[in-house]
Ligand binder design. Structure first.
Ligand code: AVJ
Ligand code: FE
Length: 383
């Protein structure tokens, strides 16, 4: 099953999640996980495809370990199936850079581990029920998030599944098509009903000055124009930190624009860093939107943003907790990333599961990162 094949192009940010049972939801995301790795040999799954990313087999074992921890151990009250593997599959105990050298499960062993844990969690669901559903929803979404991480690995490794299936409909190339949002407050963040990640709460009022936000994300063709116009050479368009990064790594175009693959077309540009997005915006006499501006625009039904949900959109905002933030249910999801160099991305990408798509979801990454399926939507002040 290839989840991206028949998607339309226009606005598909909002999820239409059917009210399926958790057993079905777990089954559905597992089919997607297994379909992602099905084309590859054991050797390809064991390999470090890129220094930034875990071997795909590590992701598989981590998905199983996370499910065992939260559903079987915490929710079901049973001992871990493989307590001996807990540290190895803990993202903090074992940082990505070292994951190539550790004895993670490989080949059929990791597939057996996934299946054995799944059997246990379905037994817990049968016996104890889903509780308020939070942990089951969290585990389904965790696996879906790792599906996107795994696609990033496939992209960087040049393997099948790392690039979007070419979309039939295309965006008209349009430099100056702005949505004007009048000044005023809106309710930011997720309400109390239903599932949301801790960093989306609590909902709170934010007053947003008048702003213009681009109707569509920046296209490859427009980015090509930036490259040809000296975008990566004009010091005045770059932040000091961004310029230093660009010089050190000799960055001259988005990640993946190799000879013979320079997509000069009207699809949203992908695989640009925050530093590049920031410089590009300055070159256009514009800026990146704040995440509040982005979210307000996403709720502005009078004149909706278009082509959301194909690329993550960098914002100017640093990742932090909303006023009154409470870590829940686990501290390591968001809080440990607050207050650092992380920038927020909004929307969703072509590789994001339907279940994860929402107007309040906050993604984050470091400003130099380009493995993420990220692009740019511009904003500018209204005077
Ligand atoms: C929300 C995508 C930034 O991949 O680091 C997966 C999701 N957290 N396992 C990440 C996540 C723990 C997270 N992002
Ligand atoms: Fe994880």
């Amino acid at each position: 099953m290839i989840p991206t094949r028949d998607r339309g192009y226009p606005d598909r940010l909002m999820a239409t999640v059917q009210a399926t049972s958790f057993a079905e939801a777990l089954q559905d995301v597992r089919e997607r996980t297994l379909a992602l790795v099905a084309p590859f040999s054991h050797a390809e799954l064991e390999r470090v495809q890129h220094p930034l990313m875990s071997p795909l087999d590590w992701d598989l074992g981590h998905i199983a370990a996370y499910e065992d921890l939260w559903l079987v151990h915490r929710h079901g009250g049973e001992p871990l199936l493989r307590g001996d593997l807990a540290d190895l599959y803990d993202a903090f105990e074992t940082p990505r850079a070292t994951r190539g050298d550790i004895p993670f499960l490989r080949g059929d062993d990791v597939l057996d581990y996934l299946a054995a844990v799944r059997e246990r969690s379905l037994e817990v669901l049968d016996r104890a029920g889903p509780g308020d559903g939070t942990l089951f929803e969290m585990v389904v979404r965790h696996e879906a998030q790792h599906n996107e991480t795994m696609r990033q690995t496939l992209f960087l490794g040049g393997l099948r599944g790392g690039r979007p299936v070419p979309l039939r409909a295309r965006t008209p190339a349009c430099g100056d098509d702005w949505i004007e949002l009048p000044a005023g407050p809106f309710e930011m963040g997720a309400g109390n009903e239903g599932f949301a990640f801790d960093n989306e709460r609590p909902r709170h009022e934010v007053d947003v000055p008048a702003v213009a936000i681009a109707r569509r994300p920046v296209t490859n063709a427009t980015w090509m124009h930036f490259v040809e116009g000296g975008g990566y050479e004009r010091r005045e368009w770059w932040s000091a930190e961004g310029w230093a990064w660009k010089e050190e790594y000799d960055i001259t175009h988005p990640e993946g624009w190799t000879a013979g693959r320079t997509p000069n077309d009207d699809r949203p540009v992908l695989h640009v860093s925050w530093f590049e997005a920031d410089a590009f915006a300055r070159a256009q006499g514009a800026r990146l939107p704040t995440e509040a501006e982005w979210e307000k625009a996403a709720t502005w039904t009078q004149d909706p943003m278009q082509n959301t949900g194909h690329v993550w959109e960098w914002t100017s905002s640093h990742f932090g907790g909303y006023p009154g933030f409470v870590a829940h249910p686990y501290r390591e999801y968001s809080e440990v990333f607050f207050g650092g160099r992380y920038r927020v991305l909004r929307g969703a990408s072509w590789a994001t599961a339907e279940r994860l798509r929402s107007r309040t979801f906050r993604n984050w990454d470091l400003p130099q990162r380009r493995q993420i399926f990220a692009g740019v939507r511009l904003a500018k002040d209204v005077t």
